[in-house]
Ligand binder design. Structure first.
Ligand SMILES: [Zn+2]
Length: 223
């Protein structure tokens, strides 16, 4: 259930989840506060806790708030790491030519997603190959998905799945997602050895990892 609380003059919406848990959990992701509490806890008590933790909450909400992304005519962005201008016009079908993508105006987001799912593997292939050679792995195939909560995944069979949203990331963040997933072909976990692999190819991976977390707006803006 979504509620809101006034903290230092700001309305802060939060999702209240009641469950059989015995402790109170506060979590902030993409600027959204989630509060998990034992079933019987009164709302008054919940609000008191939120008041007590207000500095932490406001800081986290600010830090993790997504950068907004809205598909509109004239938007400058990237597709598979290459710069592109999004043009929404009275055209019968979507087409990508010379750093411009022409998108029909009736259902632009759907048209863009369908296009990326179909053409994405080809558009991102050279970038995937570039990193695969460096990392000395070979994914068997790239699939573009409609995942809304993750940028990418790698399975044990070597199929690299990327969300449509990943194809719209800035080049350095797209590279982060690719290196992250390709290193999973050496280590199918997030062990210390795994992160050593990521760091070897992207020494500033921590910074990119933080920045990519703030790009959730690309996913919410697409769906
Ligand atoms: Zn991972």
């Amino acid at each position: 259930m979504t509620r809101a609380i006034l903290l230092q003059g700001q309305q802060v919406p939060y999702i209240l989840k009641r469950s059989t848990r015995k402790t109170i959990g506060l979590r902030v992701a993409s600027g959204q506060l989630e509060v998990s509490v034992p079933r019987a806890l009164t709302l008054k008590f919940v609000e008191q806790i939120l008041q007590e933790r207000q500095d932490w909450i406001l800081q986290k909400v600010q830090e993790t708030r997504s950068v907004l992304w809205e598909l509109k005519d004239g938007l400058q962005g990237h597709i598979a790491g290459s710069p592109v201008t999004f043009l929404i016009q009275d055209v019968p079908k979507i087409s990508l030519l010379d750093q411009q993508i022409l998108i029909p105006q009736d259902t632009p987001r759907e048209a863009l997603k369908a296009f990326l799912i179909q053409k994405g593997p080809e558009l991102v292939a050279s970038r995937v190959q570039h990193w695969a050679e460096k990392i000395q792995v070979q994914p068997v195939k790239v699939r573009i998905t409609r995942a809304q909560r993750r940028w990418g995944s790698m399975n044990a069979r070597g199929i690299l799945a990327l969300s449509v949203g990943t194809l719209l990331l800035e080049p350095d963040l797209l590279d982060y997602v690719l290196v992250h997933e390709l290193c999973h072909l050496h280590h199918l976990n997030h062990s210390a050895e795994y992160w050593t692999c990521v760091e070897r190819f992207l020494p500033d991976f921590e910074d990119r990892h933080q920045r990519v977390k703030h790009q959730g707006g690309v996913l919410t803006g697409l769906f």
